[in-house]
Design a protein around this ligand. Sequence first.
Ligand code: K1U
Ligand code: ZN
Length: 166
Amino acid sequence: MALLEILCYPDPRLHKIARSIEVFDDRLKELVENLSQTMYEAPGVGLAATQVDVHEQLIVIDTSDTRDELLVLINPKIIWQSEEKKSWREGCLSVPDYFDEVTRPDKIVVKAQNVQGEFFELEAEGLMSVCIQHEMDHLIGKVFVEYLSALKKARIKSKMKKRFSS
Ligand code: K1U
Ligand code: ZN
């Protein structure tokens, strides 16, 4: 197992679009292990492959208190979302030490494949729903700060550039 480097905003590689995964082999299993290890070590409640510069549709999530309920979503698609929306204070391992409110659909149903390539559906609400939507945004090159005002975004960009230039 290996820990992977997490890209930090505003790295342009965070805006790449991930391709779908067609081959469910040992390489994928190793990537899932490394990505989940990196999430647990960070620590985070989720991580998208995009954040470690792998542009494939893979996310890992564990919102449990015990940190032993790993969820792996490959090629995830939201097939239903509630009209009701909720705001949540979000964080991102690619934007360290910054948290802000984002409004998203409260409940979702997502269809995805597991590491064997089998399809499954999952209904999510609360942190799980927020986390799946946040990670799926990474797969289309979107970082949560893009939901914030232009002023907030500019401040975050400037802080992050200073932080990583020294
Ligand atoms: O960078 C990421 O995409 C992971 C991110 C997921 C997330 C958190 C909260 C709302 C939406 C999406 C994080 O895990 S940030 C770290 C964090 O919130 C956390 C870390 C350890 C325990 C509990 C929370
Ligand atoms: Zn994130």
